[in-house]
Write a protein that binds this ligand. Structure first.
Ligand code: FNR
Length: 381
């Protein structure tokens, strides 16, 4: 068993091809936001209360209407199925076993139907990108509902994909519509990579019905063109009309956008800079969390992601006003390292880390942790 996310990261680097490790591990541009996510959390200090008399901590809570044994969910990670056979299904089963939810990526290799058949779909969320082709988008939403999913997460920070230097150097899917010349030069170029991505078992099943290519190679090239770069609040209003379950926006960083999510009738937001993979230089979500919480009032569930590697990081986010945390790379490293049990090990680390952190902080349960909030923290000016 791995004893830290960092150990799992090192093990993943040893086990999977370089281009695949870099796809998971890397970020956009100079990777400033990627590093900022980690340093922002490291810069927050606790002010523990001693002699609280609790001796134990109850980590149970509800995130986006789903009961959780601890306040962590698996973030959507596109093409995670490349990391281990049956990848996303293994991850969903590990999440279910740990008593938490998984947000399934639109670009999972396994279809939402197959994942929902393997676990109780009440414990799943589905992450959606809005495609230029709205009929295709609506069809995907209908499939998620029919599969039993009741929480829809719409990612809004991905109008284009910026240059991700590691992917570009490795010749893997770095290109966007905007960098057309670059696209021609480095999109999926090396012959060996073509071979890997042409394997018939490697395909984004969710996209299969829509004629977006019969290999992952073709799909990866089509994705960038398919996502609508010009979505607006009217598209969110249309989804609000269409989706009868909980509707969540992912990729918010500003307090005014958070307030707008409230007036648009959303049930929650996930504050995120996409793990430092989109706008390089964007602040870390934990830096704007308190302001976004204040802007939202009490009617909106707020979760946060980016750079969470320890249970104590999660405790910090809750003290700042988040209901919960999503983790992306940590579960991907776990999957690459040991499949379902590798993801399970990572979740155990988070669960025990949160529990021990809460006991050491002197807070008996999630309600107390959130109620006393920033009183638990020392934040460097
Ligand atoms: C992502 N992320 C992501 N987000 C999303 O909404 N849809 C997606 O398909 C993907 N795909 C994806 C692939 C990979 C390889 C990574 C690492 C991330 C972003 C993800 O949901 C989450 O916001 C970040 O991963 C959180 O940061 P950490 O936990 O990885 O530091």
């Amino acid at each position: 068993m791995v004893i830290s996310v960092e150990d799992a990261r090192h093990e993943a680097r040893r086990r999977v091809p370089r281009w695949l490790f870099d796809y998971v591990d890397g970020g956009a541009g100079a990777e400033h936001s990627l590093g900022r996510n980690l340093s922002a959390l490291a810069g927050i200090g606790f002010l523990p209360s001693v002699l609280s008399g609790a001796g134990t901590a109850d980590t149970g809570t509800t995130l986006f209407g789903i009961a959780h044994r601890f306040p962590v969910a698996l973030a959507p990670v596109g093409m995670a199925g490349m990391l281990a056979p049956g990848g996303e299904i293994a991850a969903a089963m590990a999440a279910a076993r740990a008593g938490i939810s998984m947000c399934v990526s639109h670009f999972a290799l396994a279809s939402i139907e197959d994942i929902a058949a393997a676990v109780d779909p009440a414990g799943l969320m589905f992450q959606l990108y809005i495609f230029r082709d709205r009929a295709m988008t609506r069809d995907m939403v209908g499939r998620a509902w029919a599969a039993g999913v009741r929480t829809l997460v719409v990612t809004v920070d991905t109008p284009v994909t910026p240059l991700r230097l590691r992917d570009a150097r490795n010749g893997f899917r770095s290109a966007t519509r905007l960098s057309g010349r670059l696209a021609g030069q480095c999109l999926l170029r090396p012959r060996w990579l073509h071979g890997t991505l042409r394997r018939p078992d490697r395909i984004i099943r969710n996209l299969e019905p829509y004629g977006m290519g019969q290999t992952l190679f073709a799909q990866a090239a089509a994705i960038g063109r398919a996502i609508d770069p010009a979505i607006g609040w009217d598209d969110i209003a249309a989804l609000r009309d269409l989706w009868k379950g909980r509707l969540i926006l992912k990729g918010i960083l500003r307090p005014d956008d958070t307030a707008r999510a409230v007036s648009a009738g959303l049930d929650g937001v996930i504050l995120s800079n996409h793990g430092g993979r989109q706008l390089d230089g964007a602040v870390s979500p934990v830096e704007t969390l308190a302001a976004c919480r204040d802007a939202a009032g009490s009617g909106l569930d707020i979760c946060v992601d980016g750079g969470f590697r320890h249970g104590t990081d999660v405790v910090k986010a809750l003290a700042l006003g988040a209901q919960g945390v999503l983790i992306g790379r940590p579960w991907a490293y776990g999957l690459a390292t040991g499949g379902m049990s590798g993801v399970g090990d990572i979740l155990t680390l988070f669960h025990t880390g949160i529990q021990t952190g809460m006991i050491l902080l002197g807070t008996p349960d999630i309600a107390d942790l959130r109620a006393r909030g920033r009183d638990h923290l020392h934040i460097d000016p």
